[in-house]
Design a protein around this ligand. Structure first.
Ligand SMILES: NC(=O)c1ccc[n+]([C@@H]2O[C@H](COP(=O)([O-])OP(=O)(O)OC[C@H]3O[C@@H](n4cnc5c(N)ncnc54)[C@H](O)[C@@H]3O)[C@@H](O)[C@H]2O)c1
Length: 369
């Protein structure tokens, strides 16, 4: 097997065989969005694989959980015998790998878990996938895909100008991005050395419903709604390229279905915003939705705090490859996506309370002390 690129090959092997995908990290923010789309909009079977760390929550899978085409396996991706069992038992047509430790601040305080899950876990999955893949018959073997979901943070930081393309050299700056970069390299090597049919996607910052409230947007949103201070790192000048999570999920499905084997696709929202503008945008929406709050105007709650060590200044994605090759562009603007996100969090108190009951109290992390 040479791992030859098969442009445009559809994963479904024949009309009467339904596709089955292992989705690692299915109980997390992006994994649950992908799962919701597959279950709600296709006839694909999903086996969710998740350790259910603090960041994974079965409540995020409420819409899929009782569906006959969905199954959740509580498995640590670093557990090789268990991962081998998953392939043998479920015999998937593809794996979409999202499980990761994903919060930069946590990676500064405790990088060990990031090395473990993001690097060792990806290695375990690659080995198990390869061992399974070589046993498949030829049509199944050429249709199989290992889709590794990664971040634009592997490229490092940009100045005021320019964009990350698929050719930008890797230059990760945080323990998180370094661990993701390492996992991307492993995936590349498993394709080139063993011919495993891989795909890699590198995406910009996501936002939307079901995001654990330690990340900027849900953290600020929930603090503002509760009349608590809104911590902004440094002067709030760091720029991120925001993508609504459902747009990311659509891009991932498209790459898995139609992406060229061995290729990398950058995914981004063309929505660059400085952190302070994001925070002010959230405050304005909460002013609108909660006009009687004693905290109006909510931007009076903004508090500038010590910057994150090694904080990358700017990320911005050139997403022209996925647009030209696969026809993907985002459907939400930052304004429409942010409005939906604020409305969702304000209407979903129970989910917010449940995910925060596990020990995380919106405290400051990531000062490396
Ligand atoms: N959130 C973003 O803005 C963003 C942007 C680009 C890429 N990504 C990448 O997308 C993926 C998903 O990100 P997210 O924001 O949904 O993360 P998340 O932290 O919300 O979810 C991660 C999920 O992985 C699970 N997990 C963690 N360690 C595990 C292990 N050892 N075994 C099995 N499951 C484990 C967690 O329980 C959780 O459900 C990550 O690989 C991340 O690097 C995220």
């Amino acid at each position: 097997m040479t791992g030859v690129a098969l442009p445009g090959v559809r994963l479904r092997r024949c009309d009467d065989v339904r596709m089955k995908i292992l989705v690692t990290g299915a109980a997390g923010f992006i994994g649950s969005a992908v799962t919701r789309q597959y279950i709600g909009e296709t006839d694909t079977h999903i086996v969710g694989v998740d350790k259910l760390t603090y960041a994974g929550n079965v409540n995020s899978l409420a819409e899929a959980r009782n569906h006959s085409r969905f199954l959740l396996e509580r498995v640590d991706i670093c557990d090789a015998p268990e991962v081998t069992r998953l392939f043998a038992e479920h015999r998937p047509d593809a794996i979409m790998h999202l499980a990761a430790e994903s919060h930069v601040d946590r990676s500064i305080d405790g990088p060990g878990e990031f090395i473990n899950t993001n690097i060792q876990g990806t290695f375990v999955l690659l080995q198990a996938a390869r061992a399974y893949w070589v046993t498949l018959d030829e049509p199944a073997r050429s249709a199989f895909r290992f889709h590794h979901v990664s971040t634009d943070e592997v490229y490092g930081t940009l100045g005021a100008e320019g964009f990350f393309t698929e050719e930008t050299p890797y230059s990760p700056n945080s323990p998180y991005s370094a661990s993701k970069a390492a996992s991307d390299h492993l995936v590349r090597a498993w394709h080139h050395t063993y011919g495993l049919p891989t795909l890699v996607t590198n995406c910009s910052n996501n936002y939307g419903s079901y995001q654990f409230p330690e990340k900027l947007i849900p953290l600020v949103l929930l603090n503002a709604a509760a009349g608590k201070p809104l911590p902004v790192y440094g002067k709030g000048e760091n720029v991120r390229d925001w993508l609504y999570v459902d747009d990311h999920a659509r891009a991932l499905r498209l790459v898995l279905e139609k992406g060229r084997v061995g290729e990398t696709y950058n995914i981004g929202g063309h929505n660059e915003r400085s952190n302070i503008d994001v925070v002010r945008g959230i405050c304005a929406l909460i002013d609108e939705f909660r006009p009687d709050s004693p905290s109006v105007p909510h931007d009076s709650l903004i508090k500038f705090v010590a910057d994150r060590p090694g904080h990358d200044l700017r990320y911005a994605i050139d997403a022209s490859k996925i647009a030209l090759e696969l026809g993907w562009t985002p459907t939400e603007t930052f304004e429409t996506g942010l409005r939906k996100t604020v409305q969702w969090y304000l209407a979903n108190n129970t989910w917010c309370r449940d995910v925060q009951s596990g020990g995380y109290r919106q405290e400051r992390l990531g000062l490396g002390e």
